[in-house]
Design a protein around this ligand. Structure first.
Ligand SMILES: *[C@@H]1O[C@H](CO)[C@@H](O)[C@H](O)[C@H]1NC(C)=O
Ligand SMILES: *[C@@H]1O[C@H](CO)[C@@H](O)[C@H](O)[C@H]1NC(C)=O
Ligand SMILES: *[C@@H]1O[C@H](CO)[C@@H](O)[C@H](O)[C@H]1NC(C)=O
Length: 249
């Protein structure tokens, strides 16, 4: 009896919260738009893939209305600004390399349909995990090497209120170039196949990544209400060096 009435109270509370959320959404107040910027500093093109978790709306187009899945040219010229849908979002960003463009039959050379890729379709692949739009605009992000490494990635939030910690996380090192022979992927990349040896080496080399399901970064985060989450492929080596130095000090 007591239990069912507390459940009923809970159900009423949920309905109320939902109604409030709908009213707030109608008034345009729930959360501000958070941008997702993708920047390719690699000396080769990448084909980024932004994938929403199940039950979460996708991030469909960039500011020009181009579908995500297009190519970002190398050496910094490939830059895309997307917008996360309003409300809670979580998902992942990977960079595919060496993709064969497939003609989508519209007579234009836009190569939006991406064929098989040398890396990034399957492990080994570097995965940036991002969530935004949590309670009070909470955001969380990490660069996971659990499935190995194909492209160096760092994540840098911008435009967050003072007093919150939204550090740059990830790793600028090209781990594929340094990869132990036994851990090299058949078509490039490094590690991934539950190689605990590779995981320990990744962690020593890149303390601000996650290398297993319970791992956390050396640098703690407490990120609220960023205006932008920037994901950089092949970042400059000094983009994360500063806080590594300070975390060692
Ligand atoms: C990027 O720069 C490197 C080194 O300068 C060069 O070898 C490469 O061809 C460039 N790649 C692109 C896609 O412009
Ligand atoms: C996960 O990685 C961390 C950091 O290398 C390590 O300390 C921990 O033992 C690992 N956990 C498992 C279950 O492998
Ligand atoms: C998000 O991107 C749009 C389009 O490029 C831009 O107008 C807006 O100022 C950006 N917002 C933030 C918070 O960076």
């Amino acid at each position: 009896m007591a239990m069912s009435s507390s459940l009923a109270v809970e159900a009423v509370m949920m309905a109320l919260l939902l109604a409030l959320a709908v009213v707030a959404a109608a008034a345009g107040q729930p959360t501000k738009t958070v941008n997702l910027t993708l920047h390719n500093l690699c000396p080769y093109p990448v084909w980024p893939l932004v994938t929403a978790n199940a039950g979460v709306p996708s991030v469909p187009t960039d500011a020009d209305g181009e579908p995500v899945g297009g190519r970002l040219d190398g050496n910094g010229s490939g830059l895309a600004t997307l917008a996360f849908p309003l409300g809670p979002w979580l998902g992942r960003v990977v960079a595919r390399t060496g993709c064969a463009p497939v003609d989508d039959g519209d007579g234009e050379d836009d190569a939006v349909v991406v064929g098989r890729c040398a890396t990034g379709d399957a492990p080994p692949v570097t995965v940036a995990q991002v969530s935004v739009g949590g309670p009070e605009g909470r955001a969380a992000y990490s660069v996971s090497l659990v499935d190995g490494f194909n492209v160096a990635i760092v994540v840098t939030p911008h435009g967050f209120p003072e007093g919150h910690r939204c550090p740059t996380l990830g790793c600028a090192a090209n781990l594929a170039a340094e990869c132990p022979v036994g851990a090299r992927g058949p078509r490039g990349g490094c590690g991934g196949a539950s190689s605990s040896e590779a995981a320990a080496w990744f962690k020593a080399r890149c303390p601000d990544t996650r290398t297993n399901a319970t791992d956390v970064e050396a640098t703690p985060q407490d990120c609220v209400a960023p205006g932008e989450i920037k994901v950089v492929f092949c970042p400059n080596p000094d983009s994360v060096a500063g806080h590594h130095a300070s975390s060692l000090a």
